[in-house]
Write a protein of this length. Structure first.
Length: 342
């Protein structure tokens, strides 16, 4: 029986993978060109397409006659902020594609698409991420040290789960020291075009700020203050429970804190991809005499070749009332590295 079950499982997995490999998205242009491959996404009024013969190409939406999506379902947002999830085919006038799912069927203007993401139907294929490694200059050191980052995101129809880990460390006379480390696990659910529900768990460590570890767990809401084809500005408010321990062993249990975040993202797609993100979080802790913290991360990524990026990032952390083990109220650093996306 076990052998039969294993055979059925792997047979189903094989045919599922075979079907995915055989299926192709098709792109029709007004100049008569036809491309077979896979739709990746739409950003900045351009469709990013992985052509079977051409490789990665970026095409302006106004040049597209029709799109047929057979490989994966698509999650799409129009310029009027309406969102849809389903498939596209060519049964529509030039400059349009027919959208369909279990509930709706209608034609949409291709150049009215604000954002589009290919959502893979297989659970494991919905994960996307990047790995970065490089060198750093931090306040804690007056010489170069190493850094590493791992980002992993699971995309679904109207929510995503993201985990971001980063660390800075150095080897001093044979002893490895983790100068700074952080991990941010975030879940976001798009309830409608006006509000997003957010859950967040974080870990943070900083030798410069005298912090052995800090854990927070919080819930809140957020929304886009501004959104266009190439950029967006999002704000959110959370209520967090906090637990931390400084390098001297002093523990603060279950304090309440109130973070307010503001995030800006810029996407430019042409021959190469350029991405800029700026994250700012301002936090108050009333029970500790209105202790305040400010955390900022700025990341710039430039695509060298397909899935290989040059990364430059900087961070700034401020604590108005750090531990007595801290050497300063601020910590900052610059990271450079190479990123591989998958």
């Amino acid at each position: 029986m076990r052998i039969l079950l294993c055979f059925c499982f792997f047979t189903g997995l094989f045919f599922s993978h075979l079907n995915t490999c055989l299926a192709q998205d098709v792109l029709y242009l007004f100049n008569g060109d036809i491309y077979n491959g896979k739709v990746i996404h739409v950003e900045a009024a351009r469709l990013r397409f992985d052509g079977k013969k051409t490789g990665i190409i970026n095409i302006k939406l106004k040049d597209i006659k029709s799109i047929k999506s057979d490989v994966n379902a698509i999650s799409m947002e129009l310029l009027n902020s309406e969102s849809y999830y389903g498939w596209l085919d060519t049964l529509a006038p030039p400059g349009y594609s027919r959208f369909y799912n279990l509930d709706d069927t209608f034609a949409i203007r291709i150049d009215s698409i604000s954002q589009l993401t290919s959502i893979r139907t297989s659970f494991f294929n919905r994960f996307r991420g990047s790995i970065t490694a490089g060198m750093s200059y931090t306040k804690a050191n007056n010489y170069l040290s190493g850094n590493g980052n791992v980002d992993l995101t699971y995309y679904a129809r109207n929510y995503f789960i993201s985990n971001k880990f980063s660390a800075n460390g150095s080897n001093n006379d044979g002893d490895y020291i983790t100068e700074r480390a952080s991990n941010n696990l975030t879940g976001l659910y798009e309830a409608n075009k006006h509000i997003n529900y957010i859950a967040m768990f974080t870990f943070y460590k900083s030798v410069e700020l005298g912090l052995d570890h800090r854990y927070t767990l919080g819930f809140g809401v957020g929304n886009y203050l501004y959104k266009s084809r190439i950029q967006n500005l999002q704000a959110y408010v959370l209520i967090n429970a906090l637990k931390e321990k400084d390098l001297e062993g002093t523990v603060s249990d279950f304090l309440m804190q109130y973070p307010v975040g503001l995030s800006y993202n810029l996407y430019l797609y042409n021959k190469h991809t350029l991405q800029l993100s700026i994250d700012n979080v301002f936090t108050t802790i009333p029970s500790q005499s209105w202790r305040m913290r400010f955390d900022q991360n700025i990341t710039f990524r430039y695509e060298l070749i397909k899935d290989l990026y040059l990364s430059l990032s900087g961070y700034l952390n401020y604590d108005s009332d750090p531990s007595s083990a801290a050497t300063s109220k601020t910590d900052y650093g610059i990271n450079t590295g190479v990123s591989i996306s998958f």
